[in-house]
Design a protein around this ligand. Structure first.
Ligand SMILES: [Zn+2]
Length: 67
């Protein structure tokens, strides 16, 4: 459960972020040999104040970036 950083209210999570063209937002990381990691971005929204927060559930990919 995510709490809003602004008002401490419980946020609505798991929303996909899509462009008007229907494409999902991704974070990318390119390694020197050209291999590219794609990290799917998700959003949570506070129903009280409207604050939007981005996060990912692809934690294994992110952990590998710190090695
Ligand atoms: Zn809030």
């Amino acid at each position: 459960m995510r709490k809003c950083l602004k008002c401490n209210c419980e946020m609505v999570e798991g929303l996909n972020i899509m462009s008007s063209m229907g494409y999902e937002l991704q974070l990318t990381h390119r390694f020197p040999k050209g291999i590219m990691n794609r990290i799917k971005a998700k959003a949570s929204v506070c129903p009280q104040c409207g604050y939007i927060e981005l996060y990912t559930e692809d934690l294994e990919i992110v952990k590998n970036l710190t090695k």
